[in-house]
Design a protein around this ligand. Structure first.
Ligand SMILES: [Zn+2]
Length: 517
């Protein structure tokens, strides 16, 4: 009797083990890596198999028989979900077939970029989404619809309050953009013409976004002491979330300028209490102490540029207005730390690149505020503005509602270096947060915030957006003097199951897709 039971048991066990050992035919097998899956708080030793664009197996290699076309030995390397960048200005690159590979982002380990930030998106989205799809893009893209873009369609660059009728028209256009595939609405309330909108206008539009389960992403009305002040600007964002009943995401959270340094403690308290109230407030942050924006947006008063560039120079020519414009411009330069803290990174006259506003003023023998108008006459001028305090940078970085972002735009090293810089400087060297926290807040958290389905986690059935990098060498190479150096240390990037980077080299394949909600 006992012998019989024993025999049965052996047979059952044999049957069980042969059934559980699955046979998998895969395109790619990744083994021996240090695997961070995007949600756990530590790494594990797991094997991953990819078939088509999906992860078909993640687990112990002993539990399956995997036959793969290609095997990647990730010994000594970190395997992670591809990074998701919540704030970029990659739109312009993605439509340009000479730049649509998106390599500056790709080599940071980014496999998905959000575009249409700061209130500014391509219009109409449907046309550009189609263009991305037909021409091909090097990373995935998540489109947002810009509030200023919509406002401009209805009201031009006018600085007045929107009428009821205009708000209705904006709501209509916004709905069309959401239907075309936008994940939410971005605002740039600091920039003209977004800055001309009052809170009520933004709430009325955000309600449409809420009906579509979208997100509200904002460049705050004030990150400094320009107009309402930093803390009231955060309060405005929270009010919008509360009134319109939708999640809000604060882009590139910072304390810009000496006037607001060390306000991070009060801001964190404010956001924590809103979160306790049930308002979903999150933020993204780039790991640099300089911001980048157009020189005009940084120091020219908004009222002076109302109506556009031509109107600005007409006002500047009027002797009476000129004095007022110059006085306010001088104040704004001081707010940002002085003319030596504004470094020109992009300008049509390349002889002025890498010079500070102070240096140019000295060469021209005029005041820094007059120099501003001399240089913006030449066309679009972008500056790196050194205005942040390390205390606030680290304070924000430690919060579990803050995710990694780049705000990548041309001329600032953050376009090429944000994610690896955060890893190398703030995780590896300064240990502000641990590796798993860094990875989770660069992958699954961002996917969750933006409502991106089946990405950001290494999980069976999820899309295979996977990166493999060296924990020893993954770092940024771009700096303010040379902002165009690809990051190093990324060995592999797999996007939608296809290899975009192999052995540290771009494979020349455009594997990205425009993602859908
Ligand atoms: Zn911004």
């Amino acid at each position: 009797m006992n012998l019989k039971i024993g025999t049965y048991l052996v047979i059952i066990l044999l049957l069980y083990s042969s059934c559980s050992k699955r046979k998998i035919e895969a395109d790619i097998l990744i083994k021996n890596g240090i695997v961070y899956n995007g949600i756990d708080s530590a790494a594990s030793d797991l094997t991953i198999a990819i078939t088509g664009d999906k992860i078909v197996f993640i687990g112990n290699e002993k539990d399956a028989t995997i036959e793969a076309t290609r095997t990647i030995d990730a010994s000594g390397l970190i395997v992670s979900p591809g990074f998701i960048d919540p704030h970029t200005h990659a739109d312009r690159d993605l439509i340009d077939t000479t730049k649509s590979h998106n390599r500056p982002f790709l080599f940071q380990g980014i496999t998905t970029v959000v575009v249409g930030n700061d209130g500014d998106s391509f219009y109409p989205s449907s046309k550009y989404i189609k263009l991305y799809e037909t021409q091909g893009i090097g990373t995935n893209a998540v489109p947002l619809v810009g509030h200023a873009t919509i406002r401009e369609q209805v009201m031009g660059k006018s600085d007045r309050k929107a009428s009821e009728e205009e708000i209705l028209k904006m709501q209509e256009l916004l709905q069309e953009e959401m239907d075309a595939g936008a994940f939410g609405m971005s605002t740039g309330l600091f920039y003209a013409p977004g800055s001309y909108a009052d809170t009520e206008e933004v709430i009325a539009l955000a309600k449409i976004v809420a009906e579509n389960d979208g997100i509200y992403d904002t460049h705050l009305r004030d990150e400094s002491s320009y107009s309402v002040g930093l803390i009231p600007a955060i309060e405005e964002a929270i009010t919008i979330g509360k009134q319109a009943k939708l999640p809000i995401h604060i882009s590139h959270i910072k304390c810009l300028g000496v006037d607001v340094w060390k306000q991070s403690d009060s801001i964190i308290k404010l956001i924590e209490s809103a979160r306790q109230e049930g308002i979903e407030v999150t933020a993204n942050q780039y790991p640099y102490n300089a911001s980048a924006t157009s020189l005009k947006a940084a120091v020219v008063p908004r009222w002076a540029e109302s109506g556009g560039e031509d109107s600005l120079f007409i006002r500047y020519k009027s002797p009476q207005l000129k004095q007022r414009i110059l006085a306010e411009t001088r104040k704004n330069i001081t707010r940002r730390g002085g003319p030596d803290k504004l470094l020109i990174v992009k300008i049509p006259d390349s002889s002025l690149v890498n010079k500070s506003l102070l240096e140019i003023a000295q060469e021209l023998k005029i005041s820094p505020e007059e120099t501003v108008f001399e240089v913006i006459k030449k066309g679009y001028v972008r500056v790196a503005s050194f205005n942040m305090n390390p205390y606030d940078i680290k304070n924000f970085m430690r919060q579990d509602w803050v995710v990694t972002g780049s705000d990548g735009n041309t001329g600032h090293p953050r376009k090429y270096g944000s994610f690896p810089r955060k890893f190398n400087t703030y995780i590896r060297k300064e240990k502000i947060i641990d590796v798993a926290t860094f990875i989770n807040s660069s992958t699954s958290k961002t996917a969750e915030i933006f409502g991106i389905p089946k990405r950001g986690i290494l999980n069976k059935g999820y899309y295979a957006d996977i990166i493999i990098f060296s924990p020893e060498t993954f770092q940024d190479k771009a700096n303010y003097k040379d902002a165009f150096q690809l990051a190093q240390g990324l060995e592999y990037s797999i996007i939608n199951g296809k290899i975009s980077v192999a052995n540290g080299k771009f494979t020349n394949q455009l594997n990205g897709k425009v993602l859908k909600k």
